[in-house]
Design a protein around this ligand. Sequence first.
Ligand SMILES: NC(=O)c1ccc[n+]([C@@H]2O[C@H](COP(=O)([O-])OP(=O)(O)OC[C@H]3O[C@@H](n4cnc5c(N)ncnc54)[C@H](O)[C@@H]3O)[C@@H](O)[C@H]2O)c1
Length: 328
Amino acid sequence: MAKIFITGGAGFIGSTTSERLLKEGNDIVTIDNFNNYYDPKLKEENLRIVENCAKQYHRSYQCIRGDIRDKEVMNKIFEENNFDAVIHWAANAGVRPSIEDPLFYVDVNINGLMNLLECMRLHHVKKLVFISSSSVYGNNKKVPFSEKDPVDNPISPYAATKKSGELLCYTYHALFDIDVSCLRYFTVYGPRQRPDLAINKFTRLMLEGKPIPMFGDGTTSRDYTYVDDIVDGTIRSLKYTIDHQDVYEIFNLGGSHPISLKGLIDVIANTLGITPIIDQLPMQPGDVNITYSDYTHAKNLLDYEPQVRIEEGIRNFVDWYKKENGYE
Ligand SMILES: NC(=O)c1ccc[n+]([C@@H]2O[C@H](COP(=O)([O-])OP(=O)(O)OC[C@H]3O[C@@H](n4cnc5c(N)ncnc54)[C@H](O)[C@@H]3O)[C@@H](O)[C@H]2O)c1
């Protein structure tokens, strides 16, 4: 049992992981600013579910509505609590919008992380799980992607902020003995997925009978990873970081079964029983050709093994989406 500080706890992955942490007997304090990157009502709903879960399992759960860049708020949280560990999800998370507003991405993803690392240093909190992204691999030619591959060529400001975050975490590990696991998530999907991401967007458009914007010829591939597998890998890495000394590790958390964009559209269409209308558009800047994880390192150190294949995961997502949106 641990007391954990979570940033971005009202979001898609933060809220899903919080439920598991509470069920396993941990207490949580979270900070989230409920920004309007997507409809904040969805985050309020996530929060309500997590609060109910805390009640059901008799755990302590507190959500502070604030910004990770706010020094005063963050310091107060660390002054009032004695945390065993931190999981840092709060970030500006989209690839394409980071090209439109790079300064905002740097402000939240780098300055926000620095504010957190400083609070950890000042308040002697020594265990951190930092959420990075497969986007750090850019257009890596070698597949699958390994943590040993060079990641010096990010092709979006978002990816560059995540790589910078990994470096800053290393610096705080080296200087101040903060143990860190950096998790490179590969495109995460499942119930509560952000509405800006492909699976959610395509499902909505198909159900509304609208065309699906397909950027490129449909051959770009993504290693989609089901949220329960991501939750499992994240909690395994948290335990590893808490239980070991002198940790600085980078872990790929992926499903290792990339699927093409056209293949993904087909799986969603088959699940919905709908013939999709496809609107083919040029490739978007910042988009990589393929993501494909080699998760051997996470398997060896964490015993991480993803369980959910795309057909099953999409079925779960579609069932959830239809229920949430009044389709059944
Ligand atoms: N979803 C994916 O496929 C994916 C893949 C790789 C990495 N990641 C990373 O995982 C993390 C969570 O992603 P998600 O899909 O759950 O996104 P999300 O947007 O649903 O969750 C992020 C949460 O952080 C909060 N937040 C953002 N800026 C904040 C700030 N300045 N102060 C306080 N709270 C703030 C948001 O309100 C939101 O609730 C992000 O760091 C993202 O970069 C996600």
